[in-house]
Ligand binder design. Structure first.
Ligand SMILES: Nc1nc2c(ncn2[C@@H]2O[C@H](COP(=O)(O)OP(=O)(O)OP(=O)(O)O)[C@@H](O)[C@H]2O)c(=O)[nH]1
Ligand SMILES: [Mg+2]
Length: 316
């Protein structure tokens, strides 16, 4: 948290995401390293690759599709497997899809997710990065459930020099977003980031509340929210899938944030999430500091997962 804000810049991101994937790489294990180091590759090696990928949380369907692509590349040596796998992973993640902005300000982004997934931290990082780019930012504390949630966001707002709109504890979160959008217009704010309370995807009244928050935003600012981001804790792996499905039904989720990638040994789940939901992973959290959030880069992810033979500098 003490770190200076450095908005992510193109090339530098490669290193940070790859570093954040080190636990995942380690979990994929020695077998992968042995395979990549092999002088010649057998059919049995590729079967084993599939098993390793499944164990690595990428999901059975994705693992099978990835290995099929590797097979098609007819790898002679282990290094060929590595590069073919990296290409297949990058393709499976789809192109980079940055956050969408409004044609005319304010741009409004809403963060949703289960308890503790990383929503408030992500909201704070987004605010800090936008402010560092010279944009005027408003943080909307629509988590009125816990008083501490508003405090946590207030700390981020102050650090970033962002405006903050919050309601009294227990206030209707839809009223907070209503006030926030009005305030954003009046103060010529560029970006509004809405932090919502953590909720269990199976609790229907809470999910309905989320629908209401999003509807109020759309009514006050046609075309908004410009993103409804589901923040997933990367450490839970494929368990995130059921969360994602139910949140998608309640709130028209437009993209995924994978928080805590740096603490996760299950970063392979990004592939399962992308495949099962058809939603782009837009951002990755790589730590607790303001700079530890970056646009998802499929190539950097692929190289981070598979381990680049040249230390991450070249092309996959
Ligand atoms: N290492 C690491 N920690 C993170 C990251 N993102 C969030 N955290 C930590 O995860 C914990 C929970 O983060 P919050 O942002 O409070 O999560 P939340 O979703 O707002 O939680 P609720 O509001 O209680 O639902 C905090 O200790 C954060 O510092 C990340 O990318 N990397
Ligand atoms: Mg929170």
């Amino acid at each position: 948290m003490e770190e200076a804000v450095r908005p992510p810049a193109g090339g530098r991101g490669l290193g940070r995401l790859a570093a954040a994937l080190s636990r995942t790489r380690a979990a994929l294990g020695d077998r992968l390293a042995d395979l990549f180091g092999a002088g010649s590759v057998s059919a049995r090696d590729l079967e084993e690759l599939e098993e390793v990928l499944i164990a690595g949380d990428v999901g059975a369907e994705v693992a099978s599709a990835l290995v099929e692509r590797v097979r098609e590349a007819r790898p002679g040596r282990g290094e060929d497997v590595r590069s073919a796998l990296a290409r297949a992973v990058a393709e499976a993640m789809g192109p980079a899809e940055p956050l969408r902005h409004a044609a005319a300000p304010p741009t409004i982004w809403v963060l949703v997710g289960v308890n503790g997934s990383g929503k408030t931290t992500t909201a704070g990082k987004l605010a800090a990065q936008a402010a560092a780019r010279g944009e005027r930012v408003l943080l909307a504390a629509a988590d009125t459930f816990r008083a501490a949630a508003g405090e946590q966001l207030a700390v981020w707002a102050e650090r970033a020099g962002a405006d903050l709109v919050r309601g009294a504890p227990g206030a209707d979160p839809a009223a907070v977003v209503f006030d926030s959008v009005r305030a954003a217009r009046a103060r010529r704010v560029d970006v509004v980031v809405v932090d919502t309370a953590g909720r269990l995807q199976t609790k229907e009244p809470l999910m309905a509340e989320l629908g209401k928050i999003v509807r109020v935003i759309g009514r006050e600012a046609p075309g908004a929210p410009h993103e409804c981001l589901l923040v997933l804790d990367a450490t839970v792996g494929q368990n995130a899938l059921s969360q994602a499905r139910l949140f998608g039904q309640a709130a028209d989720v437009t993209g995924i944030v994978l928080a805590k990638m740096d603490s996760s040994a299950r970063g392979g789940a990004a592939l399962a999430v992308r495949h099962a939901l058809g939603l782009p992973v837009r951002l990755v959290g790589t730590g607790e500091g303001a700079g530890d959030l970056e646009p998802f880069d499929p190539l950097a992810y692929a190289r981070g997962l598979v381990g680049a033979s040249d230390g991450g500098a070249g092309e996959a």
